[in-house]
Design a protein around this ligand. Structure first.
Ligand code: ZN
Length: 423
């Protein structure tokens, strides 16, 4: 009797001897690889798998192991630079515990739709794509080593731990459902076009990043409220931390306004969720950063026909959305100096009751500037004992304007200072 799985898996096991197994649907013939139980094949199973892989490696061909049932632990640790792990198809396989240690390969390995109880990749060097698309993985550990790309599209993961497993090109978790995932240390390359996608994933418990570089990690559509970030390295614009998607080089000026607007609405949504998440955790410093980003994204989604954009533009210009005390303080100083210079040029004269130490200081231009500076500071801060008056209408207008905008800008400065340092 031929192996009953032959048809499903393109007959790769056609030369194999079979044994009969009975279940509720009758008696079926199985080869050693597809048999649900291996007892009747004694200890030869792992050795037969090794033989197939070794033959494929030596002949530089690919190894088809689709649908194989791995009943016990199997460890691959003999594949090195001299005998690289061959291109292997583990699609639809089921694993109890599979371990790859120190293996080297530049061939693709796929676990498409596999069912994996536990998998460990330790100190491997895989310059290729390792794909788990559609797989169900209860526990996965990727410890140290260097990898090119990993595909976790549509996977379901119970627990995964990535510890200093470095991905040079990409890691993709699109459409995945994950329960608990911990990513720690040097994991994601930020060089060149490296791009790591945690987009559109569903997180049941947590996705935690510890001391990870997130500069080339995309979070579009992701449920960031269940993500945790500890000591991560973000990309920045000035002092503001940003996600990769804000600066995505694929969104360029050549795109239509509609495309750009839709993109920035998505980024704004992510920033809003991050802000809410950190607010709920009472982490004001982080909430402030993502609030700032959210406002920046809002600006990008508006056109100058919309008055909101003008208000936001002024709000950003004068104080960085209330989050940038350096900008607010500098603006305050610039405004004040500008008003002093304009008024000293347009004419200010001492009042009759000005004391002699004020009037005598007017002999030099510099002395005049200093005295007007002090006097205007008093006027702007609503003190009573000032001694200068304007000598023309223009000066009076500027002074009145200054009395309005200086206190407002001072308030912006204090607000930004408080927002930055209350944490
Ligand atoms: Zn078979």
């Amino acid at each position: 009797m031929a192996c009953c799985k032959m048809g499903k898996y393109d007959g790769w096991c056609s030369g194999e001897q079979t044994r009969n197994f009975s279940d509720s649907t009758g008696i079926h013939g199985y080869c050693i690889f597809h048999a649900p139980k291996k007892e009747t094949f004694a200890d030869e199973f792992n050795q037969r798998v090794f033989d197939l892989l070794r033959d494929a490696s030596e002949s530089s061909s690919s190894c088809n192991l689709r649908g194989t049932v791995f009943p016990e632990m199997i460890e691959f640790d003999v594949f090195d630079r001299n005998m690289p792990f061959p291109e292997t198809d583990f699609s639809d396989c089921s694993f109890e515990f599979v371990r790859f240690t120190d293996i080297v390969s530049n061939n693709n390995i796929t676990f498409k739709d596999a069912k994996i109880n536990k998998i460990v990749l330790s100190k491997c060097n895989l310059d290729s794509v390792i794909s788990f698309e559609g797989a169900e993985i209860k526990r996965a550990f990727m410890i140290a080593g260097e990898y090119s790309s990993a595909n976790f599209r549509k996977v379901e993961i119970g627990y995964a731990f990535f510890n200093n497993a470095f991905f040079k090109v990409s890691v993709e978790f699109t459409d995945a459902i994950i329960d608990k995932v911990l990513v720690r240390g040097k994991t994601f390359s930020d060089e060149g076009r490296a791009l790591h996608l945690f987009t559109d994933i569903k997180i049941l418990n947590y996705l935690r990043f510890e001391n990870v570089c997130l500069k080339n990690v995309s979070f579009l559509y992701a449920d960031v409220s269940r993500m945790e970030f500890m000591g991560c390295d973000w990309d920045r614009i000035g002092s503001r931390r940003i996600i990769f998607d804000e600066n995505n080089p694929d969104i360029s000026p050549k795109h239509s306004d509609k495309v750009k607007r839709e993109h920035y609405i998505k980024v704004k949504d992510i920033y809003n969720r991050l802000k809410q998440k950190f607010k709920n955790e009472h982490n004001d410093g982080e909430a402030s950063n993502w609030h700032w980003g959210e406002k920046e994204m809002w600006m990008l989604t508006l056109t100058w026909k919309d008055w909101h954009k003008w208000v936001l533009g002024l709000y950003r210009f004068f104080c960085g959305f209330g989050e940038n005390p350096m900008r607010a303080g500098s603006m305050l100083l610039v405004m004040f100096i500008a008003i002093v210079l304009i008024l000293s040029g347009s004419g200010m004269s001492p009042m009759d009751n000005a004391p002699s130490h004020i009037t005598s200081g007017l002999d030099s231009d510099f002395g005049k500037l200093v005295i007007i500076f002090i006097d205007l500071f008093k006027q702007m801060t609503f003190q009573k004992d000032f001694y200068f008056v304007t000598t023309n209408l223009f000066g009076e207008i500027i002074k009145t304007l200054g009395k309005i905008i200086i206190p407002v800008q001072a308030a912006f400065f204090v607000m930004a200072l408080r927002n930055r340092f209350r944490r």
